[in-house]
Every structure is written in C-alpha cells, then in structure tokens.
Design a protein around this ligand. Structure first.
Ligand SMILES: [Zn+2]
Length: 348
C-alpha cells in the first residue's frame, strides 16, 4: 500500500486510475470458534468435515512463513532477494498442488532508467474452470524504510508490508490443495492466488509509480483474455499486525460493495472482532487497477494502523521496525478464515 493520509501518490502509467484519495463443501468449521473465538484466540484452525480428514490453517506455520521470507532480507523488485523469494515460492506452491504461471514484464527503474525484470506469480487451483475468483497480495518490498525516523536508508524486510500477504496465500494454498484432491465439489469456482510484483518500487514518494504488477496484470487481462473470467477478487495487504484492526475501505465499497460487505458479514459470523464494519479510510492499493482497468470487483482487506496502541509505539509502516516480532500468525489465520469461507460461498 502506498501513501498516507497526508501524502498522495499518482500513477502516471495508468490514466484510468489517476486521482482518488489516499489509502470459507469442505464445510469448514473454525474449531476454536466453535468453542468461542475472538481477539484472544491463540489457535484458529479449519477442519474439513467432508471426508474426515483435516486441513488446517496454522498460526504457527503462518508466522514461520513470515520469518522465512524476512530471513531472505529485502525483496524489492529486481533484487537478489526477490529472485530467492521467487524460487522459494515456486517450490512451495508446486508442493501445494498449484499450477504455476509466471507473468513477466519489464519496467524502467525510477533511479536510473535501466530495465528491471518483474514477474507476477499466478497459482491456479481448479485451472479448468472458466469462472474464477482471485485472491491477491503484493510480494515485493519497498526498497528502503523511508518513513523510519532515524534510518530511512536502512534495511527494510517488510514482515507485515509484503510477507504477511504471501503467508496468507500460502495458508489458503494448504486448504485449496486439500480440497482439490479430496473434495473438488466443495468449491464451485476456480481460484487463483496472485502475487503482484512492483507494488512499491518507490524510492521517492510522488515521483515513482506504484502498482506496476497489478496494472500489468489488469491490462493483460483485457488485452489477451485468458479464456476464463474473474467474478470477483480479494486483495490482502498488511494483515499480519499482531494488533489487527480491519475497517471498510472506501474504494472497496465504491467498486466491490457486495464483496466487501460479504467478507465483513462472514467475519461477524466467525466472531472475529478485528473486522469492524465501519468506513475509516480510502486506500490506494493493487485493488484499484483490478477494479478500474480489469473491472473485477475487488475488495482490499488492509490494516493501516500498524503500531502498538497499548505500548504507544510509533507506526512501524515503512520503517526498519516492520519485522516478524510485530506480526502474529493468529492475525494471518483470522483473515485467511474469512477469505476461505468467502471462496466456498462463491457461485460460478
Ligand atoms: Zn508499503
């Protein structure tokens, strides 16, 4: 996600998205929710009641995913770290039964005009289905922690802003892998997990463009129709904060009100108080190209309040402090649980 309530970025590469303002048949049951879950739940899992087998969302595994990704170091577009991450994710999602599609493209570096090779990663489940939904996140990290009060040119590993979305998609891949092999009729649509590159190859706010990967993806979807259509989408960004608060986002309500309301309704059914059905902010994020260019109704689930209100710490967003210790596997799993129910309720 880009920009804050006071600064405003412009996407010069996509005329159609300029302007605007800042910012679970498998019949899965949430085991801990049956016994009562809420903000204090330490273990939120999903049990597959279809065949007696169990496919679980795992807070422990989710936080380990974040730690593994952050251990690579910075993973900004075109970096050595990004290449390592791509290798890791291709291996991981292949192990998890996904069909891997790389979508390469090249941009000019905002620093020196040199080409930067980028790749969106599309992981398909039920690839033969022509009515699909997409669950997306960005997997690049910002080059520098430029909001860090003391070290704006320090090391930025993007635990929440980057790795958390990837961790959530890995959790969903575990359930999708199980469903596709054991209960294919439990889900009625095809599901694409999409990881965008170039969400924020931003060295200088106001000069450099955001959303390069999602813009490319949206334009390709129009220019070279893939033979299937996306009915709707869910974008997740910064959903790993241990202190999770998720409000309605204005652009999501504008373009994808049904998707947005359904997600928060599911969260209420699951008694996840972190989802607050109130409009708080407008966010510029990868959902804009999906909505405005590709016309795929897409909701952004995002927690902009990345700090520790109890300890009154500063905002960790775009700072050296965006590290795994500020994140929680429970947060990842709670959001993944909502998205999983939503996937299961989708009709072709
Ligand atoms: Zn960011």
């Amino acid at each position: 996600m880009k920009s804050n309530p006071n600064s405003h970025s412009t996407i010069n590469t996509a005329n159609s998205i300029q302007g605007g303002r800042l910012i679970f048949v498998l019949y899965l049951l949430l085991v801990t929710c049956v016994s009562g879950c809420g903000p204090s739940a330490t273990q939120t899992e999903a049990a597959d009641k279809t065949d007696g087998a169990v496919a679980k969302l795992s807070p422990t595994r989710a936080i380990e995913s974040i730690k593994t990704l952050c251990a690579i170091g910075p993973r900004f577009s075109g970096s050595v770290g990004m290449v390592k991450q791509q290798e890791l994710l291709e291996k991981k999602f292949t192990e998890l039964g996904g069909k891997i599609i790389w979508q390469p493209f090249t941009v000019r570096s905002p620093l020196d005009g040199q080409p930067v090779e980028m790749k969106n990663l599309i992981v398909q489940y039920f690839p033969e289905r022509t009515k699909r939904v997409l669950i997306a996140a960005h997997y690049d990290t910002r080059p520098f922690p430029d909001r860090d009060p003391t070290n704006p040119r320090g090391i930025f590993v993007g635990a929440n802003d980057g790795a958390s979305g990837v961790a959530l998609l890995i959790e969903l891949a575990h359930l999708l892998n199980h469903a596709s092999k054991n209960a294919p009729d439990s889900i009625a649509v095809g599901v694409d997990l999409v990881l965008f590159d170039g969400e924020e190859l931003v060295y200088q706010e106001g000069r450099d463009d955001y959303f390069l990967g999602s813009i490319f993806f949206a334009r390709e979807y129009l220019a070279s129709p893939p033979g299937y259509t996306y009915n709707a989408g869910v974008l997740v960004d910064m959903i790993g904060d241990a202190d999770l608060s998720l409000y309605y986002e204005e652009n999501s309500l504008k373009y994808a009100i049904n998707v947005t309301k359904e997600l928060w309704k599911i969260a209420a059914e699951l008694k996840l108080k972190e989802f607050k059905p109130k409009l708080l902010h407008a966010v510029r994020d990868d959902h804009l190209p999906l909505n405005e260019i590709a016309k795929i109704p897409t909701c952004d689930i995002i927690d902009l309040d990345y700090n520790d209100r109890i300890k009154k710490r500063l905002n960790y967003w775009h700072t050296t402090q965006d590290t795994p210790d500020k994140c929680s596997g429970d947060s990842i799993v709670k959001v993944a649980s909502v998205v999983w129910v939503w996937i299961q309720r989708q009709k072709p």
